[in-house]
Design a binder for this molecule. Structure first.
Ligand code: ACO
Length: 324
């Protein structure tokens, strides 16, 4: 049966690394109190990377895409589909995917963005797989990229310490060998109030509130519940029991969410890839960043079953179970 396989991964982080202590010192100068101890205890985050002025989502996405292409041994011209998952696009339009395509100098194929906040990469990967299976594309670049630092209210300590910037990418190719084994996507739009950036641009002005707002405890509970159900759904759909999944690569928001998820599923935490300590929450970039980190350090190996999971604003959630 024709399906799609991941043949390359790549990622890119901004140069500026900011530890919790540095961030706490910066915030203290504005009269905002936080500490490394609070951030580590509540979230597991130790540092984040923040994009310099002038670095945009497409800058990070293009670098991650080039790394994934190199890993797959392909040229930009080999790609006929680019999907960028982001909630922090360069422009109102065109899509960031079109900007990336221009940067790669590979015109002609389809290019569009997917907006599903922290579930964006899982949504984008599932969409690319469906297009490949339908014969509408052969080789796709699927990218998650964000500059979330631009939509944070830096006077709100309950959110600004949680996020970072970055990008991750995969090359997905048509193949007769099993790759993507199961996928599910879900949303509940009625949950908008617990996580949103409810502003827009109209008549030349920002209308509404352009900053991220979150009810942290409500998000925490919902995230653990929906990720648990979605993992079980993917495992049943593929006929692969959870104990035969070698690695889980869930959205990286909070170590406590990841530990609670592993406990609920009965999966040892040693089989959960954790990068939130290094990258903080990079929204749509978090899953491909974690995937690339674990592939490059040798944890993820060819032939293994890997469960990627997204959850975020919308509310949206979903899983992709893939054999590497
Ligand atoms: N530094 C120090 N104190 C802080 C900070 C901070 N940065 N932020 C909040 N506090 C204080 C609060 O003011 C509160 O003080 P009070 O008791 O005097 O009122 C106290 O810490 C506890 O606040 P809570 O909100 O109850 O803390 P909680 O244990 O719930 O942790 C957190 C907050 C980390 C946001 C948690 O709810 C969480 O992780 N939620 C999940 C949300 C998430 O990860 N979202 C990411 C985006 S969504 C996604 O990616 C799926």
């Amino acid at each position: 049966m024709t399906g799609s396989v991941i043949t390359g991964t790549g990622s890119h982080l901004p140069e500026r690394k900011v530890s919790n202590d540095e961030l706490a010192a910066d915030l203290a100068r504005q009269g905002i109190e936080t500490s490394n101890e609070w951030i580590v205890a509540r979230t597991g985050i130790r540092q984040r990377f923040l994009a310099e002025k002038g670095t945009t989502t497409s800058t990070l996405a293009t670098a991650a895409a080039r790394a994934a292409l190199q890993d797959a041994g392909l040229q930009p011209q080999d790609i006929d589909l680019i999907i960028v998952a982001t909630s922090t696009p360069d422009y109102v339009f065109p899509s960031t995917a079109c900007v990336v395509q221009a940067n790669l100098e590979a015109p002609g194929g389809a290019a569009f963005d997917v907006q599903a906040v922290c579930s964006g990469f899982v949504y984008a990967l599932t969409t690319a797989d469906a297009l490949i299976q339908a014969g509408r594309a052969q080789r796709a670049l699927v990218i998650g990229a964000e500059v979330f630092s631009r939509i944070l209210d830096w006077s709100d300590r309950s959110t600004c310490v949680l996020f970072g910037d970055g990008a991750g990418a995969v090359v997905l190719e048509r193949s007769d060998r099993p790759g993507i084994l199961a996928a599910n996507l879900h949303a509940d739009g009625s949950q908008l109030p617990i996580l949103c950036a409810a502003g827009n641009v109209a008549y030349g002005n920002v209308v509404g509130d352009p900053f991220l707002r979150m009810d942290g405890q409500a998000v925490f509970k919902l995230a653990v519940n929906v990720l648990t159900r979605s993992a079980q759904e993917a495992s049943e759909a593929a006929g692969i029991p959870l104990e035969d999944i070698h690695w889980m690569v869930p959205h990286q928001a909070n170590v406590r969410i990841l530990n609670a998820l592993a406990r609920r599923l009965g999966v040892p935490t040693e089989r959960v890839v954790i990068t939130v300590d290094q990258h903080a929450n990079t929204s749509a970039a978090s899953v491909p960043l974690a995937l690339d980190a674990a592939r490059r350090d040798g944890r993820l190996q060819a032939g293994q079953n890997v469960l990627m999971q997204g959850v975020g604003g919308g509310f949206t959630w979903g899983s992709v179970l893939v054999r590497l």
